[in-house]
Write a protein that binds this ligand. Structure first.
Ligand code: OOG
Ligand code: NI
Length: 459
């Protein structure tokens, strides 16, 4: 329990997510256009599908839909990542999952900071995909040393933010007014600065090593590079993006459109070319330009078990690598995924997805025990199952999003080189395993269902 006078971490997160969204809307007006488009499409979908509306309402998903966002940042040093973990902890966000993107030619590894328990997710599911630059993958040692020196000299957190993080840790939370101050101070870290911290020549050298390296190393802080509202129909949103003046990425990442959506589908609009000023520009008035910031939309489906995820990974590889090359990617993807069951019953009884169970009514059919296998309880009409939403990210999709907003260039060739232990050492903590979290929600719901049905049986 929080001490009296303190507000919840969930409330701080909700305030922060709102402030971040307002800031990004001002910085990147196209993001505002995108959220308006998504709101319009979501309203249309809900109107056309009252059953979906009822279902979302029953699970609390309807309320969170309008505020749901994820964002992304890229950090330069272990110390930045460790402090970022403490900053997000004030808002009830913990690191979940390890994503190695080196295999896809992107010199970063990442985690997602997000709320983990059901009540917190329902209150506000704001998450931030957070990447750490891997300077160890830069072959040029002189350039690597220069990048390290530049990064070591910057301070991405304000003194006020650092003090409030320490206070929240010492006292177990923040009071109302301090929370507002914390949100204001924390926001400074994510703000865009058009003044680069380096000369044009240094920017160019880092940019030529990898565009992403320039984006991380040459600026005062880890500007938020996109915010992503959640849509109920990503294909409709993708189709309407050009008419709203956005250059949409050509393919939607993730699984194909299905009757039962799984995992996560994502698409984005191309990053903007923004004017910047280099350190040596004073007097010359000349600047350059930088592309980093973009907008993205996502559609979330159900969380898959390790068995379901292995099937997903296999079919995705088939579509990407082995499909007939003369067919469009979307067609190859659809064809490969005909082998992924597409009814809730099959997904559940084959153990491919996670479900939340609840008692269907107040009584058990005669002859059936509350301790019978959960599938039997569902088949007998004693329990109902609803899919658990996937709250995480996908490494192959993330690489596609990175690549599209790096302007297509920068396809460096790194050997696949996961370093989870190195990432966790930098973070100063272990990342949580997402499947363990979904399995716990499922198991708890089964236990609660049995408990209720036992009660019904003995009543
Ligand atoms: C992160 C790209 C990945 C996602 O939603 O998978 C991502 C970045 O560009 O920093 O945002
Ligand atoms: Ni994203």
């Amino acid at each position: 329990m929080n001490k009296t006078g303190m507000i919840s971490a969930d409330e701080i997160r909700a305030r922060f997510a709102r402030a971040m969204s307002d800031m990004y809307r001002q910085e990147v007006p196209q993001y505002g256009t995108l959220t308006d488009l998504v709101a319009r499409i979501n309203a249309q979908v809900l109107q056309a599908d009252p059953a979906l509306r009822a279902r979302l309402a029953a699970t609390g998903a309807l309320d969170r839909l309008d505020v749901e966002r994820h964002g992304a940042i890229r950090l330069g040093t272990a110390a930045e990542l460790a402090t970022m973990r403490r900053l997000f902890a004030v808002m009830g966000m913990a690191p979940v999952g390890y994503y190695d993107l080196s295999a896809a030619g992107i010199p970063v590894h990442s985690t997602a900071f997000r709320p983990v328990d059901d009540a917190a997710l329902a209150r506000n599911p704001f998450r931030v995909f957070t990447s750490l630059l891997r300077l160890d993958l830069i072959a040029d040692t002189a350039l690597r040393a220069e990048a390290e020196r530049i990064l070591a000299a910057r301070h991405i957190f304000t003194p006020g933010a650092l003090a409030l993080i320490a206070q929240a840790e010492a006292e177990g939370g923040l009071a109302d007014a301090q929370a507002d101050l914390f949100v204001r101070e924390a926001l400074e870290t994510f703000r865009w600065h058009r003044e680069a911290t380096v000369s044009a020549a240094t920017y160019r050298r880092l940019h030529d090593a990898h565009r992403l390296i320039a984006d991380v190393v040459c600026f005062k802080g880890p500007h938020i590079n996109h915010l992503t509202p959640r849509t109920l129909d990503i294909d409709a949103a993708q189709a309407e993006m050009p008419a709203c003046g956005m250059r949409a990425k050509d393919v939607v990442e993730g699984p194909p459109r299905r009757a039962c959506p799984i995992l996560l589908r994502q698409t984005s609009f191309a990053a903007l070319e923004e004017p910047i000023l280099f350190r040596d520009d004073a007097g010359t008035g000349q600047g350059g330009c930088h592309t980093a910031r973009f907008g993205e939309i996502e559609q979330r489906g159900m969380a898959l078990t390790p068995k379901g995820r292995a099937l997903y990974d296999r079919l995705l590889r088939t579509a990407r690598d082995d499909g007939p090359a003369d067919q469009p990617y979307a067609t190859r993807l659809q064809r490969a995924f005909t082998r992924f069951p597409d009814s809730e019953d099959e997904l559940r009884t084959q153990g491919l997805a996670y479900f939340r169970y609840a008692p269907a009514g107040a009584s058990l059919p005669p002859g059936l025990s509350a301790d019978a296998p959960i599938d039997d309880l569902v088949r007998a009409g004693a329990a109902v199952a609803t899919p658990i939403t996937y709250e995480d990210f996908l490494p192959v999709s993330a690489a596609g999003i990175f690549r599209s907003n790096l302007g297509g260039g920068g396809g460096a060739d790194y050997a696949a080189n996961a370093d989870r232990a190195g990432f966790e050492a930098a973070l100063g903590a272990a990342v949580q395993d997402e499947c363990t979290l979904y399995a716990a929600i499922q198991d708890q719901s089964i236990a609660a269902t049995r408990h209720a049905l036992h009660g019904a049986a003995s009543a």
